[in-house]
Every structure is written in C-alpha cells, then in structure tokens.
Design a binder for this molecule. Structure first.
Ligand code: FDP
Length: 342
C-alpha cells in the first residue's frame, strides 16, 4: 500500500491531459487528441535538434554533409519538414500551411485526408538561432470547411474565432509546450530524462498586475503618433503604469510566454520604414491568431490596434498584421491611443 502522501503525488503527462480533456467532449472521436499528440512529438524532435544547434560546425561540415554522413539542414528547414512529415500520413489533416512556404501544403495523394487544418510557424524567432536565444514553434488547428477530398486555401483562410486548438513550443532553458482547446491554457515542461512533457502550469491566467512591456523601440521613429504616445504611456506618462520594465527578446514566442506568465504587453505595430508594407511584420495565421486565442483563454486580449485579432477575416495565407497582445486593459489602452492620435 502507498502512504497518504504518496497517494497525492500525481504526474500528468501531456497524453493523459489531452485524453482527459477529450473525455469532457463525449462526441469527440479522438482525432484531435492524436493530432495534438503528434504535434507534441514534433516538438520533442525539434527540441532534440535545437539543443545541438551549432554543433554541426564543430562536428564538421563538408558540403553540407556532417560526420554521420547526414545532410546538414538549417534548423528552420528541419523543423518545417518534421512537422509536415509527422502529420502528412495520419489521415487527421486535410491540408497544412507553413510560414516557410508560399502556398498551402497538400497531403500526398497516397495518404488519406482528415477533418483538420494545421497551420504552423515551424521555428519562430529564427534570426536568434545563432545566438543561443529561445526560439519557438507556433501551431493553429481549424476544422476544414470543405466536405472531402484535398483541403483547400479556403480551409486555411479562417478567422481566429474558428480555432479549435492552438499552442506553441518554446525551446529555452527548458522546452515547454503550451496549448489550449478553448478549455483554459495549460503548460507542460519537457523532462529530457524521460522524454515526456509533464504538466507544470495548469490553467495559466495572465496576472492582473503588469510587469513588462515589449516592443522594438529601435523603430520608435517609424511608429505612428498613436503608438508613440502609447509607448510614453507605458513609460509612465499620461497616468500610465509607473513600474513597467522593458524586455524585448525579438523572439515572439519567448516574449509572449514571459508576459503571459508575468503580466504585461507585447506589441509589434505597423511602421513606415517601408511605405509599401504598412501592415506590421507578424503573420495573422501563423503567429498573431494562435497566440491571440491563447491570450484570450488566459484572460488577456489581442488586437491590431483597432480590432480584435480573432475577428479578422484573413484574405491571404501570409497576411501580416500589427499586434498588441497581453493584459486586457493594456491592449484596450493601445486601441484608445491609436483611435485618438492616428
Ligand atoms: P524572426 O524575424 O527572428 O523570425 O516573426 C518573426 C520574428 O522573429 C518574431 O519572432 C519576432 O517577435 C520578430 O520577428 C522580431 O522582429 P524585429 O527583429 O524586427 O524586432
């Protein structure tokens, strides 16, 4: 027999957690559960490479062939291929889309299609890879709209309100997977000794206290008047918070993750550095949308400065959007400043 203290020890693996969530949906077939589990597996495979990034140089790189005789791939290419390959044959997905590819990624003809659409940014923050700075994978899952056969572009062009699940994996000092299926936000930390994601952050809520603000102030002079005044508000002017710290990693997943746990706002507004691209940098479908779903599930909010990110109807796969994401009141304040000054 186990002691009472021992009986209280509970280890929840990601598989168990996803399965338990499935049980609260009696109509569920288990297909989403398996799809989420495949994504978790992809996260583990990618994590195993990110921790070895840079070693290719030491182990020898000859015409892109490493000492094991394997092709040395760029990490973002590897992450992209890993997610695609782990999901192309399962019969769960109708079509995929990746930030790395111009067009949709069809399921090969010799495999069945399923009812879900999987969109992903395989390695977000990739300009940070060479500097040992946290990077991440972001994913978004929708139900297909078309009835059957190969999935279509229209299946992918859905607003965030239709998201069935979304999440990210952060490859940092440890590897974490955070996801939501609309029943709260849950975080799992990879235990490398057993190779499992274990529940470490159940029901994440963004704290109501604000700790950080995160924006690339290197572009301050290119921002609109509204965004400039909002930045001053975050620095304590116009009655704004007096105690916020600035933190900007330049890896969206890492910046978002920190502010989700500590409270605050991340913003990447539009700027006029290139007048031909007035829409900000971040992608609606691969970055802003899925993180907006997570933020809202954690009690926060995301906006493009005028409209809730989740309400934007995408018109193209790589559509970009300004993004303000974090505590509800700080996002609303951004909208107020933009409305007043822009
Ligand atoms: P990256 O270019 O390194 O892939 O969307 C891409 C992204 O990184 C985000 O992860 C990050 O928040 C942002 O761009 C950083 O852009 P800046 O370097 O312009 O600040």
């Amino acid at each position: 027999m186990y002691s009472e203290a021992e009986n209280h020890i509970q280890i929840t693996t990601i598989e168990r957690h996803i399965l338990e969530e499935q049980h609260s949906h009696p109509e569920a077939t288990g297909m989403l559960t398996s799809l989420l589990y495949d994504i978790a597996l992809a996260g583990k495979v990618i994590a195993s490479k990110t921790t070895r990034a840079g070693l290719a140089e030491i182990l020898g790189r000859t015409n892109d062939i490493n000492v094991q005789g394997e092709q040395v791939q760029k990490l973002d290419r590897f992450a992209d291929l890993t997610i695609y390959r782990l999901n192309d044959h399962t019969g769960r997905v109708a079509v995929m889309g990746s930030e790395e590819h111009e067009d949709i990624l069809p399921i090969p003809d010799n495999y069945p299609t399923g009812k879900y659409v999987l969109l992903f940014d395989p390695l977000d923050g990739s300009s940070n890879i060479d500097f040992n700075i946290p990077i991440g994978t972001i994913f978004a899952i929708y139900q297909r709209k078309s009835e059957s056969g190969p999935g279509t572009l229209e299946d992918c062009l859905q607003s965030g309100r239709n998201l069935v699940a979304a999440g990210y994996v952060i490859y940092g000092s440890s590897t974490m997977l955070v996801y939501t299926t609309g029943m709260g936000v849950h975080g799992f930390t990879l235990d490398p000794s057993v190779g499992e994601f274990l529940l470490s952050h159940p029901y994440i809520r963004i704290p109501t206290t604000h700790t950080y603000f995160s924006g690339n102030q290197g572009y301050y002079n290119y921002w609109s008047e509204g965004v400039k005044h909002y930045t001053q508000y975050l620095q304590g002017e116009y009655g704004g918070p007096k105690h916020l710290s600035l933190r900007y990693i330049g890896s969206l997943v890492a910046d978002f993750h920190r502010n989700l746990l500590a409270g605050g706002i991340f913003y990447y507004p539009a700027d006029n550095r290139d007048p031909k691209k007035p829409h900000g940098k971040l992608r609606l479908l691969y970055e802003a949308g899925p993180l907006a779903f997570i933020a809202e599930q954690a009690g926060g909010r995301a906006s493009n400065g005028m409209q809730n990110i989740l309400d934007i109807q995408p018109r193209s796969l790589h559509q970009r959007t300004p993004l303000f994401i974090g505590n509800h009141d700080l996002v609303e304040k951004a909208e107020e400043f933009i409305k007043k000054y822009d």
